[in-house]
Design a protein around this ligand. Sequence first.
Ligand SMILES: Nc1ncnc2c1ncn2[C@@H]1O[C@H](COP(=O)(O)OP(=O)(O)OP(=O)(O)O)[C@@H](O)[C@H]1O
Ligand SMILES: Nc1ccn([C@@H]2O[C@H](COP(=O)(O)O)[C@@H](O)[C@H]2O)c(=O)n1
Length: 281
Amino acid sequence: MAEPSDSGVARSRSVVQVNRLNAGEPQYCGNFFLVTFAPEQNRRIARNYFAGETMSDHGVSPMSPVVVTVDGPAAAGKTTTCLALADIFQMEYLESGRSYRILALEVLQRGIATDDHPAIVALCDDLIEESRTSGLLTAGRYTSQDLRSSAVNVAVSAVSGIAELRRRVTELVRIWAGGHTRCVVEGRDIGTVVFPSAPVKFYLTAAPEVRADRRVAQEGASSYEEVLEDVIRRDRADMSRAASPLVPADDAVTIDTTELSLAQVVEHMASVCRSRGVAIP
Ligand SMILES: Nc1ncnc2c1ncn2[C@@H]1O[C@H](COP(=O)(O)OP(=O)(O)OP(=O)(O)O)[C@@H](O)[C@H]1O
Ligand SMILES: Nc1ccn([C@@H]2O[C@H](COP(=O)(O)O)[C@@H](O)[C@H]2O)c(=O)n1
């Protein structure tokens, strides 16, 4: 995948290659990724979804996408800033954490032990197959409340550590991106593993206490201590796992947002995007 060139154009070729590699099997993707979007957060994606557009359509597209990657620890502001960039630059947006959360929720609902890796990988394959053949997976099947419960917050750290599972999610993200001219994708390993040749990469971070404060304000009723504990525990798990640990990509622009307003962060990110040739259409 990785290409040595610093040029955005040359770098994006690697994504085309992935796209071509997958072009023979776009049906693999089925609707799985449609349900991993948060349609309420992205009107464009919701519109595509309700227009009946499928990821298979995207998987066979010959387009060469510009991918902006945004990684970082929990509650660093990834989703909020990605949505702002998506609006400014008219890019599609993907929240890859949602896939891991869906898998964790399904694991919990089916009573599968989080250390039973073969069963979890088989479940992932079943879900992908189910979405491909029966269309049973719909965007409304998972609520944000369920996906962001404390139980899922804990289970997702174990589930996302499974290398076999990560390979599948990585492939699906690449297939999805292969269908867009430009997109912004957030997660933990997007700039390091999923799109190592992306022309624009960000690593957002902030002091854990500040992130916990912001999450409490965002979610309302949660206790600060519990949120802080979850943020610290999840960061440690994500940073220390063997499979695709959370680290800044060597060529990522790291932004510590501890003392920055949201507007300042978005402006900085937008200016980096512009300087790397991401244009407003
Ligand atoms: N620089 C900032 N100043 C003030 N508030 C911010 C800033 N950045 C993000 N926030 C707020 O922090 C909260 C968490 O941000 P967000 O949900 O975007 O984080 P995230 O990195 O996507 O989290 P997760 O990894 O858990 O999905 C949101 O309410 C957001 O508006
Ligand atoms: N690329 C990614 C994205 C997410 N994860 C794991 O999912 C958890 C939830 O992610 P959120 O962005 O919704 O907070 C996260 O803590 C990671 O364990 C991942 O491994 N890789």
